[in-house]
Design a protein around this ligand. Structure first.
Ligand SMILES: NC(=O)c1ccc[n+]([C@@H]2O[C@H](COP(=O)([O-])OP(=O)(O)OC[C@H]3O[C@@H](n4cnc5c(N)ncnc54)[C@H](OP(=O)(O)O)[C@@H]3O)[C@@H](O)[C@H]2O)c1
Length: 360
């Protein structure tokens, strides 16, 4: 690969420009146009769904013909399809760009192929420049492209003997402050936080992401409550800074009883630009996600405490039915991380087959 220092610097600059755009349904992309002697002619970035792509945004700052012979440095392969905006590969050809350098290939079947199209038209094309940085920036977006749905983390706190609550349904607190602080930090990295109505009725959670001093993180995931029962009028959720969504338990994932996947809650969230979902229980909802094969990452916070079941036999295991009736069907996982948080342990696990896919 023959890429000059100036071109590499321009890619670093383009990555910075990409970050100015919103993370959501569309990828964050930046572009820098260089003159043949390496001077910056124009810059652009993608301002969000339905607006000009980064390359076209950069070209729009130049007079017609001013990009002839230029080099376009772009963080993602120029697209090759007409959506709400035209194909960027075509726009670059029309502008007479002589060289195109991009960091990452476009992973979407509909848009890929821009690099090939440019090369076929005689443009000098290089790829893979600062690819690791670009991959990191777009990791959530590419995971959604690969999975065809948001990435799902399922989290629970359990006693050493696998209980998520005591016989009377109380569960505060099984784990200590360090584990709870870790949960809040991770909540703040998600786009949406999901709980079942059973948890709202039992615990009245605020579902905000808070620092240890009680202040709110800047980034607050959108709370989503699943279930048909109503949310009490005085529930703490009504005071959440982002409000909340309340959806029925029907057609969560679009794969049961012939439900239309396009109407599923998961698809609705994807259309909202939700990349990462944090499922916080309770056991019924966590199990429903896992039963449907929707647990890309599992966080089990394990406390050195014993709960067992109650004198009347009532029991609150961390999970309920996950679709395993015989040992051959057990959901085999791989440990991705194991750490001690105060007195507790955090076990991060992923489905054995997904562990090497490296989506983040
Ligand atoms: N240790 C922990 O990490 C943790 C975390 C959270 C909660 N908890 C504890 O767990 C208990 C509450 O858990 P839970 O299992 O009773 O409640 P849950 O999982 O929070 O909610 C279950 C309810 O969700 C609704 N639902 C929506 N979609 C569903 C689907 N596809 N499948 C099944 N149900 C669906 C149903 O209500 P409708 O019938 O109204 O639709 C169902 O009764 C409390 O004791 C709480 O303290 C512990």
């Amino acid at each position: 690969m023959t890429v000059s220092d100036r071109e590499r610097d321009a890619m670093a600059r383009a990555l910075g420009l990409a970050r100015r755009g919103p993370a959501g349904v569309n990828p964050q992309v930046g572009a820098v146009l260089l003159s043949p002697d390496g001077a910056i002619l124009a810059e652009g970035w993608h301002h969000g769904a339905g607006t000009a792509h980064a390359e076209v945004d950069a070209l729009s700052h130049l007079a017609p013909g001013a990009a002839r012979g230029a080099t376009a440095v772009v963080t993602l392969e120029p697209c090759n399809h007409t959506g709400r905006t035209g194909p960027c590969a075509g726009a670059l050809l029309e502008a007479g760009v002589a060289r195109v350098i991009y960091a990452l290939p476009d992973p979407t079947p509909v848009a890929r192929g821009g690099g090939e199209r440019l090369r076929a038209a005689g443009v000098d094309v290089e790829s893979g420049v600062l690819a690791d940085e670009a991959r990191e920036l777009l990791s959530d977006w590419t995971a959604v492209q690969r999975l065809g749905r948001p990435h799902v983390t399922v989290k629970w706190a359990q006693s050493l003997d696998g209980r998520a609550a005591a016989a009377d349904g109380t569960s505060r607190w099984i784990t200590g402050p360090a584990a709870r602080a870790d949960v809040h930090r991770r909540r703040a990295e998600a786009d949406a936080i999901v709980v079942g109505i059973g948890t709202v009725l039992a615990d009245d959670p605020a579902l905000t992401a808070r620092r240890e001093d009680g202040t709110l993180y800047d980034r607050q995931p959108l709370p989503i409550v699943l279930g048909d029962r109503s949310i009490p009028e005085d529930a703490a959720l009504h005071r959440h800074p982002r409000g909340f969504l309340h959806r029925s338990g029907a057609n969560l994932f679009g794969e049961h009883h012939g439900d239309d996947p396009a109407d599923s809650v998961l698809e609705e969230l994807r259309r909202f630009g939700v990349h990462r979902i944090f499922v916080e229980g309770g056991p019924t909802i966590a199990s429903a996600f896992l039963r449907a094969g929707l647990g890309d990452e599992i966080l089990a916070y394990v406390a050195p405490t014993l709960i067992g079941y109650g004198p009347d036999g009532s029991d609150h295991p961390a999970l309920r039915m996950v679709g395993v009736s015989t040992i051959d069907e057990q959901r085999r996982l791989e440990i991705a991380d194991l750490r001690r948080l105060g007195d507790d342990l955090l076990i991060v696990a992923r489905p054995a087959s997904a562990s090497n896919e490296g989506d983040h």
